[in-house]
Write a protein that binds this ligand. Structure first.
Ligand code: FEH
Ligand code: ZN
Length: 354
């Protein structure tokens, strides 16, 4: 049908998405860009959103099209989009932190931290589980027409590939020869985290930790030096002691973010060590005060990544220094893909192709 597009939308929390025919978005604002979606990654945050668990922190006007990891081709542009920067037909990756452009965070380049940030599919704006997405400004696009890569390889970089990159860059001064870094959770983010730990870690040994052997197999392909199955390891502390010669782990990137992974992480952290939480599975964990003070632990969070960090991650991919691990699904199979993600059965990142 001309003028209509297919979008997978949340109509009611906890229910399957519905594949709707909706009006094709049209450019109204001068800076806007209409992107024909080539691929859209499936993130755990989408599960929280669809289940309604986040309805108080991220209130949505339903129906809503999720999908915040997007790449595709420019179809149309507003009249103030500079032609020398982007034009119809260009392949673009969509940066997901749509900041106000004015506040202190935006001016520092961290638009994902903007107090007024909008995220495609996680705010009033519709996301990429659709044939088209309307992006409010060309400022949120990276033109990758010269990269020779495909949208399905770019889309996961915009979140799964970006979030652990920022997290590891924050702690890279703690890494180097003789140091150990743990990556907890080898899902969409973890397989990238291992690769960045090898690239930025200056010779640190990388410990991959997960409950699934098939995910640990992927970790091994990504270059992990030690594989720790959190399900079958009886005593995690003894195991890490034995494998690090009692040095323990200097840095842990928690790509899961539950109270269990937090306490596990604290229990195997070296004195002065740092846990960076990027996963959002859980809700709360208690910080053991004495242990944190006596060991000078650093506990922090890291949100997504900024525009320039996304540029760097795309550079790493196009230079062949990182690999993607994706499972492709047709947009029509979105609900099956969501079920597989819920069951932990997608290895690497699930990507929807309209
Ligand atoms: C979730 C909610 C709001 C912003 C960013 C996120 C990240 O999980 C994106 O994966
Ligand atoms: Zn996400």
């Amino acid at each position: 049908m001309d003028g209509y597009i297919r979008s997978a939308r949340i109509h009611e929390y906890k229910k399957h998405l519905e594949l709707d025919n909706i009006s094709k978005p049209v450019i109204r604002g001068d800076e806007e860009v209409l992107v024909k979606v080539g691929a859209s990654g499936l993130c755990h945050s989408d599960l929280h959103l669809i289940s309604g668990e986040w309805k108080d922190i991220i209130p949505l006007n339903l129906p809503k099209t999720p999908g915040h990891e997007i790449a595709g081709w420019i179809e149309d542009v507003g009249k103030s989009v500079p032609e020398n920067i982007m034009k119809p037909g260009d392949l673009v990756a969509v940066f997901g932190g749509w900041g106000c452009g004015w506040c202190i965070h935006c001016k520092s380049g961290d638009e994902q931290l903007c107090a007024f940030a909008k995220w495609p599919g996680l705010s009033s704006f519709d996301g990429g589980f659709s044939e088209y997405v309307l992006v409010p400004s060309y400022r949120f696009l990276l033109n990758v027409r010269a990269s020779g890569t495909k949208p399905e390889n770019l889309a996961p970089l915009t979140d799964a590939g970006l979030t652990p990159y920022r997290a590891i860059k924050k702690v890279r001064n703690m890494l180097g020869p003789g140091k150990n870094i743990g990556i907890v959770g080898i899902g969409g983010l973890g397989s990238y985290a291992i690769q960045y730990a090898k690239i930025l870690g200056g010779g640190s040994k990388v410990f991959a930790m997960d409950r699934s052997d098939s995910k640990l197999e992927l970790a091994s392909k990504c270059g992990a030096d030690h594989l720790v199955n959190l399900h079958s390891t009886d005593n995690l502390v003894d195991r890490i002691k034995a494998e690090t010669g009692s040095k323990m782990l200097d840095v842990i990137i928690d790509c899961v973010g539950t109270d269990k992974t937090f306490y596990d992480s604290i229990s195997v952290l070296a004195k002065g060590g740092s846990v960076v939480i990027v996963g959002l599975f859980g809700t709360a964990a208690k910080i053991p005060i004495a242990m944190t003070v006596l060991n000078e632990f650093k506990i922090s969070g890291s949100l997504w990544g900024n525009y320039n960090e996304l540029r760097e991650v795309i550079e790493l991919l196009t230079e062949g220094r990182i690999m993607n691990n994706i499972t492709k699904f047709k947009l029509d199979d979105v609900n099956e893909a969501i079920e597989l993600l819920k069951e932990g059965q997608i290895i690497g990142r699930g990507v929807l192709i309209p």
